[in-house]
Write a protein that binds this ligand. Sequence first.
Ligand code: PMV
Length: 331
Amino acid sequence: MKSTAVASANIALTKYWGKRDKKLMLPQNGSVSVTLEGLTTKTTVEFDPDYKEDVFILNGEEFKEGEEKQQVVDHLNMIREMAKSDHKAKVVSESNFPTAAGLASSASGFAALSVAGAKAAGLNLDKKELSILSRRGSGSASRSVDGGFVEWQKGEKEDGSDSYAITVAPSSHWPEFRIITTIVRKGPKKVKSRAGMSQTVKTCPYYKGWLETVNEDIENVKKAIKEKNFTLLGETAEYNCLKMHATMMTTKPPIIYWEGPTLEIMHAVMNWREEGLECYFTIDAGPQVKIICLEKDVPELEKRLKDLNGVKDIVICKPGEDAELIDDHLF
Ligand code: PMV
């Protein structure tokens, strides 16, 4: 059986940083994100008794071995276990992100693989189950099954059955909301989030402080989304991002994801805000800065960002839609 799905990337407004269970991908804390329209991964999965081994082709390149291939095989194994099947699969995946943009594709990638893979295996999973399956591939992928504004609930249970994402508000709730991603360096990040967060949980003396304050940030961001209170949302998201990076920087050895242009944009955003152009920044486990703003300010921000030396490229996104099955297969 062959199925194809499309899923969008997401950016966390309050971050997930740290696992309490590495195998089940259970987080130490909850998080809230917005799904990004236009940054999508499309994946076709086919299980077939005639296939001798799993095949994984990403953006036209076959991965015969290595970490990427292993993660896909592990994910297929989970799907096979659920479907009680031993058929091997062919997986073809394409991301439409600007070439080598340095944007994380694991969220849209594992969400698309889960939605297409489950269907191709004959499983009829609901959104909650698809979020849980996506979470097993990459934590942030649990948030890419849903569109709009999304909360990944930390959950309490040891088996992870209550750790999944739910909708806070659909994309239509706040259509003027925008995320501008600035690309400052192309190419892979130096420390993968998986390794970075594990190091933080183990060695950062301030991680306790992160966990103590993150729930308040989540409540404020959800309130801000529901009331469309842009100032509360921006201030909370920016501060939450800085707290996460403070824990990254104070691990042993330290992890500093920021580069020169990262800081240049952070300062610019703070200065523009003082001048009355309301915008905020957020940054994940890499050097790119995402700017949180409203549609009316996009032309002015675009002009100013293009004048900054370190900005190589920019991508403007509205809130995106749910992951979905489509008929247009990749093979
Ligand atoms: O689930 P991962 O490995 O994509 O980790 C995501 C970590 C951050 O992007 C830094 C935060 C987040 O919540 O997306």
